[in-house]
Design a protein around this ligand. Sequence first.
Ligand SMILES: Cc1cc2nc3c(=O)[nH]c(=O)nc-3n(C[C@H](O)[C@H](O)[C@H](O)COP(=O)(O)OP(=O)(O)OC[C@H]3O[C@@H](n4cnc5c(N)ncnc54)[C@H](O)[C@@H]3O)c2cc1C
Length: 277
Amino acid sequence: MKNFDYFKPNSLKEASELLLKFNNALIINGGTDMVIRLRNELVEPEALVDIKNIPDLWDISEDENSVTIGSSVTMNEMAHHPLVIDSFKLLCDAVHYAGSGQVRNLATMTGNICNASPLADTATPLLVYEATVLAYSANGEREISICDFFKGVRRTALEKGEVVTGIKIPKYTEEKGLFKKVSRRKEVDLSTVCASVVDLDGNIRIAFGSVAPIPLRARKTEDFLKNKELTDEVIKEAGRIARTEVSPIDDVRASKEYRLDMVELSVVRGLEEIRGY
Ligand SMILES: Cc1cc2nc3c(=O)[nH]c(=O)nc-3n(C[C@H](O)[C@H](O)[C@H](O)COP(=O)(O)OP(=O)(O)OC[C@H]3O[C@@H](n4cnc5c(N)ncnc54)[C@H](O)[C@@H]3O)c2cc1C
């Protein structure tokens, strides 16, 4: 592994200035992805900026319309927090299936999405909730819709110097549906396919992971379902449309054909759950 400078700033401003100062500085948060990438020399930064000393990033807070999860809150903290348990069932399920207990003690949801893997488990719930990524830079702050956040494999909309401070999720009155993770093993395995299929206050939203270069919403399927009764035929047709919205590949985890079948099945099971079987 190549040598690099290590910094542990106490403020967002300091962290952002370090990211702006170096040509190739990277953030480390829980480190569950980053340490592996460093060890395998998949990244060779000049500097590593550890953000865990920054106090502003450790809170889960709410206002009337949303809940904000600070970017250094671990997955285990999230999954046991009443605000998250009460408001976001799919997200809790997704977190529950990510990695192992040890991994979840370190891993953060922000790291999960900033890593921008197509199979990040928390991406599909955040897509259906239409969450907002909060970014800070010494040059200014901005909000990025999660629907515009993923730009390619390991590429996000973040710009140089930006640190994600948290993820803001709108509150919904009623949530029905499911998060489905298909993997080779029941626990501690990455998704072969993951999906969120949900009815949020009367709007059906669907998102998939691991079946395209980025986690994505199934907009055509959602449009097809608008104002339709969930009959058996409608549900079957929705599953068939969903197959046309993804572009999976064959890899060590599964064939393209198997992934397409799992996409269709996830939609059918999710819509049946929403309908109440
Ligand atoms: C054994 C094992 C099992 C796993 N199983 C799963 C699984 O089942 N499902 C799954 O989805 N993932 C899994 N993972 C992957 C990993 O745990 C998650 O992606 C994790 O959520 C990453 O969070 P982190 O805080 O550790 O991020 P880090 O490793 O610290 O960072 C990941 C990336 O995000 C960037 N980043 C982090 N925080 C910020 C920020 N605030 N602002 C801007 N950029 C930031 C970093 O620069 C880096 O590029 C597994 C990992 C391991 C080691």
